[in-house]
Design a protein around this ligand. Structure first.
Ligand code: COA
Length: 238
């Protein structure tokens, strides 16, 4: 499903494939498509999703699927309205928006962890009931601790909070184009980069100078804590 192009705020970047792709700001109009066709299907096989819904042998009902998609949509909406997340989408050459990435400039991981707690409770309670909420928060606590351990000593970091490419469009270099864009932002700001990476994410982030500094094991695979050192700032244009 192709979405109408938003007002022109696009930045074209050379891609790993035959032609440049457009990276654009995410608007409210994009949310349903991004949740339904990008973020939800991309996250399904990851350790965090599996921790939340640990029975892959059970198919979700249409109603459950709709609720999970709505939960993803709420997360994206919150990122837009919160104003802190730099959210970008990417189109395939066929015009369809197929990827989503976001990062925040983060000063204090401890404060961040506390302020998100209630929102997470409400959102998960809506889709998952008590058991899933318990699974989810049980998985999040060690991640928050690892984040605090890994970046607590730094002043400000660019933390990647979302990175998803629609499964049918993966392995075509789109994730790398989004990462290139994010790394350029990080370098312009002269900040470290940080991410809690899924197993497949580790390969992507390693290509951009992120190094593993820790790991949180879940029953569904490791989540790797990855840091990218502050890069020399690109020289200012004359
Ligand atoms: C991680 C993700 C965004 C990568 O997107 P992508 O468009 O496939 O990325 P690219 O095509 O640029 O590939 C980047 C690198 O990732 C690795 N990679 C991507 N998909 C892979 C797969 N299925 N198996 C093994 N390696 C894979 C490869 O090393 C690849 O580099 P290479 O092609 O030069 O070998 C995508 O796989 C995804 O959305 N995954 C599910 C959500 C997720 O785990 N996000 C990360 C959360 S931290």
């Amino acid at each position: 499903m192709a979405l109408a192009m938003p007002p022109c705020n696009c930045i074209s970047r050379p891609g790993a494939e035959e032609r440049p792709r457009d990276i654009e700001t995410v608007f409210m109009d994009d949310v349903d498509h991004l949740a339904r066709f990008v973020d939800y299907p991309a996250s399904e096989s990851g350790p965090l999703f599996r921790s939340m819904f640990p029975r892959p042998d059970i198919d979700f009902s249409e109603q459950q699927k709709a609720e999970i998609i709505e939960w993803h949509a709420d997360g994206i909406k919150e990122a837009i309205t919160g104003g802190r997340t730099h959210l970008r989408k990417i189109r395939h050459s066929d015009g369809i928006v197929v990827g989503l990435a976001g990062w925040v400039l983060e000063r204090c991981p401890k404060e961040q962890a506390t302020s998100n707690k209630n929102k997470t409770t409400t959102e998960i309670a809506k889709v998952g009931g008590k058991q899933k909420f318990k699974n989810w928060t049980g998985s999040l606590e060690p991640l928050k601790k690892e984040r605090q351990r890994a970046i607590g000593h730094l002043d400000i970091v660019c933390r990647i909070t979302i990175m998803s490419v629609c499964p049918e469009y993966q392995r075509q270099g789109l994730g790398s184009i989004l990462m290139q864009h994010i790394c350029e932002d990080m370098d312009r700001l002269g900040r470290h980069g940080y991410v809690l990476a899924s197993p497949v994410g580790v390969k992507l982030y390693s290509k951009f100078g992120f190094e593993a500094v820790g790991q949180v094991d879940t029953p569904y695979g490791p989540i790797t804590s990855m840091l990218r050192g502050r890069q020399p700032r690109p020289s200012l244009r004359a």
